[in-house]
Design a binder for this molecule. Structure first.
Ligand code: SF4
Length: 782
């Protein structure tokens, strides 16, 4: 942990520099680009019934959008306003009134709506119940709801109870309480939304560097020699990050993107809060390396191979020997492993020519500082932990760790996810550490009760466990989910539907309905109305990607009468299940929870002092591993040899990945992607591939594999040949179920597919059908 403290917001250099402009035509006229002013007006219109409250949320609250982190309209990186359309779009979730009760009378009518339409109906007003065969939701009292859930918990084995928390504005206080309550009730089956985004980042950084979060700050982007975005479209998912990128460019930083698709948002961006950029746009990236989907490990092995070649020719020309000698283990093994790799295999897997790999290797070798940032492009693979350890390998070999302008940063997409694991809402960890006996004993002493010894399951495994035989001790019978929409986030939606239908009791603690809430359960679905973070008495905290813990106060405004603070619901439930031990879990205020977090997770010592709007502190100091000293048992980072992943892509098949458009996680805000004009059912593919298949731009195509069939339209874009992208979650049926990354158990979100023109796909199907019919006729004739 670092001693150096974050210096607070810097002044942004706003001097105009035409060399950074995206073009000379003002406002990007004629270009496909987001329309920030129109979108802002639309949001104002949407919130017109509650404008005062909306304004107070924006100016006093901590953003419940992405995890870049901002309190009110000020962040810790740059002075000046911080606001984006993602935050504005999410705003309505906080200001809208309750759903009209007439909708609750007819579940079939609700089922005709998609999640966007359901969201717009309004907030969940009071506890509800629906049993199989019932056509409507029935209003029930809180007492009734909690007693029914408590009775079920008492009737089942704790291993059959599972909790999941998404990241929708959920605060550290809620994650912590849920983590504690789950263990109080005897289960370690508790998981959170980072399982499907950044869990491999935490696992890999732990084994490579002994840390579980970003080692650096956004300010380190500004003035670093090279800033690398790896499988990350920060401009779309964390929009205000473009302001930091602008500042970095001004300071002479080279920005590189590594991605199969030349993401338009990362090429040029019109930053609304910077007049020069709002008018003429800013060219963000200096170079793009278009790897194959899943080709990153090979690419990074190629980079290291070339560094060792450079070193042979001129020692000291490529890597930081002093850093390696003083702060790392495993150099000889890594070098031996990389040197025996064959360039042909590297190039084939990476999808980039050797020359391009060498270019990137030289760029890093000649840089004195560098920051590596990544997102789902690296994490949503079955070899994701290895992907991230490779990034750590590059950083360690260059000594890009633990000092100014250097670091590794898993950039988070949702305001809650960084804190969820740190609070213990995860089957592998407890607050402040994992399950190693000493730490477990420490937490048991703080909590005053025994924590189960058995390994809890991850969300994917919990869902699969619903379908275990009736007599299985781990068959999940009660699934308690705070937010989340598994139907639209997990691979294989048809399978997930079957799982949800087979849970005996499903509890949805949420602010709105989504498609998963409407699925029948075997015995009952109970829906509990939750408060937003701005409504919770005593406020709440959330942790940003750069480890800033922000306090968000309770904000005066309208309330959903029966909605309750989520931590309060967990506490009340636990007390009903086990009234005799109720005193062990009896949090009365959010402040009490913060006081306990500060003890349970020593990194969070300081959270107890956050009380007012704008209060913030950064855990771990400005740089984790400061001075190259890692919090591993011997204080050194671990260089790890990583094998090329095995890929089986049959001739004629494509790699497919998923991408985000104008959406916030699975909440879609526009059917059209503002950066490339694509529609949600467009399949982004390279024109060369299209021509080979006789497919024209805009033509109907079918993308299929053994898992599912996706009908969409070809949309030519600059993707690496042989690689296509579909929108998420629309393309989820193409993904396999039950394929998890070995260490962090993230589901596999990339696979291979066949692409065909719709007419030939269907014609072929017809032919097969006819052939079958003829055979049948022949049989009958005989
Ligand atoms: S960039 Fe992220 S943290 Fe900042 S306002 Fe937008 S959604 Fe909120």
């Amino acid at each position: 942990m670092g001693k150096t403290k974050h210096a607070g917001p810097m002044k942004l250099d706003k001097k105009w520099d035409p060399s950074l402009w995206a073009g000379k035509v003002p406002l990007g006229l004629g270009k496909v680009k987001p329309k920030h002013i129109r979108d802002t007006l639309k949001v104002a219109l949407e919130n017109r019934d509650n404008l005062g409250y909306a304004y107070r949320i924006l100016t006093q609250g901590v953003c419940d959008g992405c995890a870049l982190g901002v309190s009110g309209l000020q962040d810790q990186t740059l002075a000046g306003p911080h606001l984006c359309t993602t935050r504005l779009n999410v705003l309505r979730l906080n200001t809208m009134p309750a759903i009209d009760p007439k909708w609750l009378d007819d579940v079939e009518e609700l089922r005709k709506l998609d999640s966007t339409e359901l969201r717009k109906l309004g907030r969940i007003p009071y506890p509800l119940s629906r049993k199989p065969g019932e056509k409507r939701f029935t209003r029930i009292s809180w007492d009734d709801a909690l007693n029914r859930i408590a009775a079920k918990i008492k009737a089942i084995d704790p291993k059959q109870l599972a909790f999941y928390l998404t990241a929708r504005g959920i605060t550290n206080e809620v994650y912590y309480t849920a983590a504690k309550v789950a263990r109080f009730l005897g289960t370690n089956n508790i998981d959170n939304a980072s399982r499907i985004c950044h869990s491999p980042s935490k696992t890999a950084l732990k084994r490579s560097l002994g840390i579980g979060a970003s080692s650096c700050n956004y300010q380190d982007w500004i003035g670093t020699d090279v800033l690398v975005f790896w499988g990350s479209v920060a401009a779309n998912n964390q929009p205000v990050s473009t302001k930091y990128m602008y500042a970095a460019k001004k300071a002479g930083t080279k920005i590189i993107m590594i991605n199969p698709y030349r993401e338009p948002a990362m090429e040029n961006y019109w930053i609304p809060s910077i007049p020069e950029s709002a008018l003429f746009g800013t060219q963000i990236v200096d170079d793009v390396f278009q790897v194959n989907i899943g080709g990153d490990i090979a690419f990074m092995n190629g980079v290291m191979k070339h560094w060792f070649e450079m070193e042979k020719e001129q020692p000291g020309s490529a890597i930081d020997h002093a850093f390696i000698a003083n702060h790392t283990n495993g150099f000889a093994e890594l070098k031996e492993h990389v040197e025996q790799l064959n360039w042909n295999d590297i190039v084939k897997s990476a999808g980039l020519s050797k020359e391009r790999i060498l270019e990137f290797a030289k760029l890093l070798a000649n840089s004195r500082s560098g920051v590596f940032i990544w997102s789902m492009g690296l994490t949503q693979h079955r070899f994701a932990t290895d992907n991230i350890s490779q990034v750590a390998n590059l950083a360690l070999l260059q000594g890009f760790i633990g000092r100014k302008h250097c670091g590794v940063m898993p950039i988070r997409g949702h305001s809650g996810v960084q804190g969820s694991g740190e609070m213990g809402a995860d089957p592998f960890v407890l607050p402040g550490g994992d399950f190693e006996p000493e730490h477990k004993k420490r937490i048991e002493a703080i909590w005053g009760f025994h924590i189960p010894d058995w390994q809890g399951d991850t969300v994917g495994q919990m869902l699969e466990n619903v379908l275990l035989p009736d007599d299985h001790e781990r068959k999940v019978r009660l699934f308690y989910t705070s937010g989340g929409n598994f139907l639209e986030t997990m691979p294989d939606p048809a399978f997930i539907q079957r799982v949800l239908e087979n849970v005996e009791l499903r509890v949805h603690q949420d602010i709105i309905f989504n498609t998963s809430t409407l699925v029948d359960a075997k015995e009952e679905v109970i829906v509990l109305p939750a408060m937003t973070r701005y409504e919770q008495p005593g406020g709440g905290t959330s942790t940003s990607t750069e480890r800033m813990v922000y306090f968000s106060p309770e904000i005066k405004g309208p309330r959903i009468e029966e909605a309750r603070a989520e931590w309060d619901i967990y506490v009340e439930l636990a007390k009903r299940v086990d009234p005799e031990r109720a005193h062990l879990i009896d949090f009365q205020t959010a402040q009490q929870i913060r006081d306990e977090i500060a003890v349970a997770n020593p990194n969070y010592d300081g959270i107890q002092h956050l009380k007012n709007r704008g209060d913030v502190f950064q855990w771990g100091g400005a740089w984790l591993c400061e001075g190259g000293v890692c919090p591993t048992p011997d204080g050194r980072g671990n260089l790890l040899p990583i094998d090329l992943p095995e890929f089986r892509r049959t001739e004629g098949h494509f790699y497919v990945t998923s991408r985000r458009g104008k959406q916030f996680n699975s909440m879609v805000y526009s059917e059209t992607d503002p950066f490339n004009g694509a529609d949600r059912y467009d399949v982004i593919m390279n024109e060369t591939d299209g021509k080979k298949l006789n497919i024209r731009n805009g033509e109907s195509i079918v993308v299929y594999n053994q898992y599912g069939t996706f009908q969409g339209r070809a949309c030519f874009g600059d993707t690496q040949t042989g690689n296509i992208a579909v929108y998420w979650p629309e393309g989820n049926m193409l993904l396999p179920k039950g394929v998890y990354e070995t260490h962090a158990k993230i589901p596999e979100y990339n696979t291979t597919v066949i692409v065909e023109k719709a007419e030939s796909f269907h014609a072929q199907k017809d032919r097969r059908y006819l052939e079958k019919r003829v055979e049948e006729l022949e049989l009958e004739a005989n």
